[in-house]
Design a protein. Sequence first.
Length: 209
Amino acid sequence: MPSDPLTTLLSIASQPLCAHSPQVLPPAPPVLRDALSALLGRRNGFYAFEAALHVLPACSERFGLQHWNEPDLWRGEYGELADGLLFFAQDVFGNQFALHDDGVVLFDAETGALEIVAPTLPGWAEALLTENYWSGWSLGQAWQAQHGPLPLEKRLMPSRLFVLGGKYEVDNLRAVDTVESLRVRGDVARQLRDLPDGTEIELRVLPVE
């Protein structure tokens, strides 16, 4: 693996999603926040891995970091599960990468569970470059081979949620507006919160277009 995985990640990424210099980032652990600000200073938002990875720009647009992290957009649906996190990127399924006191974490869109990716931003980039798991690239590629390019404001949402036994297969996936898919799954995550394994449940799942 190269000494600078962030440079390697940028070498396979799209053009910047915002032409302006990055705005000041929302609050986050200082070292990680500074590293993210530096990355966005090099390229202010981008896609990579055939759009499986979406890194948000720090700008005033709809998918800008400030707007993305406002509670009334989608994160409010997760309640306390989303507290203390700065969401800055997402994988092909809409699971969110966030800055956390422990490092860069992956926030599961269906449960709100956190998985540590790496303690640093370069470590996060290295993980993405070495393991398909973190971006979902291979399944995203297979879906796009059948359905065409993934629209830029959509992510792949399972028709039967993974947490409810849905399979990681192309036939179980559809392209859905990212914000709407997160609102639906945030509602599910709050219903599932703190339930013991094996509990019989009857979920209320909101419709999504």
